[in-house]
Design a protein around this ligand. Structure first.
Ligand code: CA
Ligand code: CA
Length: 220
């Protein structure tokens, strides 16, 4: 009896040690931030599902595994609108997050997407996006998806969706609309595996166009 007990105990200790070593150390997400700059005429941000100051205060810090890096840096970008109105697709992953003219890409009206090819499957822990931050505005139907299919027809995981009324037709989402700032929006991702990241938007509260300054995809 004592021998069996000992065996069970040692098996439990081994299991515990194994699960502890498999668990990665989590650290708070941190990236370089561009300078805040609000310019131009303020426009009222009117949107049905805008997050409140209370929502912002309650939002927990995004935690990522220690040693994660921005896998999107310099990676190829494609888009629903291959010829942006302003800027070049490469600017979405060039590391420049400044708000100035010439630092953002503008896509046409209505629903548009940009897609980043990480060039191989990765385990993704966070996605940070800066749409535009020199004027307070909220972008509509922000939907962020991960897949190994470049056409996003199969094996799609949606990690953010603030299209509360399903106007984008990808399903209604429970995330809130938010006002872009120089801090960008950091979306927590629960170790989703995938090679491609696609981000949708559908105009914003200041105009009907879509903008990107930078997208970061953090993982291993
Ligand atoms: Ca950029
Ligand atoms: Ca909507």
């Amino acid at each position: 009896m004592k021998k069996i007990h000992l065996l069970i105990t040692s098996a439990l200790v081994a299991m515990l040690a194994c699960s502890m070593s498999a668990q990665e150390k989590m650290v708070p997400f941190k990236t370089t931030l561009p300078k805040p700059k609000l310019a131009g005429t303020p426009v009222a941000v009117k949107v049905a599902n805008l997050e409140t100051a209370d929502d912002i205060a309650k939002r927990p810090p995004v935690m990522i595994p220690e040693g994660s890096t921005n896998l999107a840096q310099g990676k190829p970008v494609t888009a629903s609108d291959a010829f942006p109105v302003i800027g070049m697709l490469e600017q979405v992953t060039d590391g420049d997050k400044d708000s100035d003219e010439g630092c953002f890409v503008e896509f046409g009206d209505g629903k548009q997407w940009v897609q980043i090819d990480l060039e191989k499957e990765a385990k993704i822990s966070a996605i940070a996006v800066w749409h535009f931050h020199s004027q307070a505005r909220a972008y509509s139907d922000v939907i962020v998806q991960i897949s190994n299919d470049p056409d996003f027809l199969a094996g799609v995981t949606t990690v953010f969706n603030n299209d509360h009324d399903n106007s984008a037709g990808l399903g209604a989402g429970k995330d809130k609309a938010y006002i872009d700032t120089n801090k960008g929006r950091v979306i927590p991702v629960n170790a989703v595996a995938g090679r491609y990241v696609r981000l949708y938007s559908n105009g914003n509260t200041a105009n009907t166009a879509n903008h990107y300054i930078e997208v970061e995809v953090w993982g291993k």
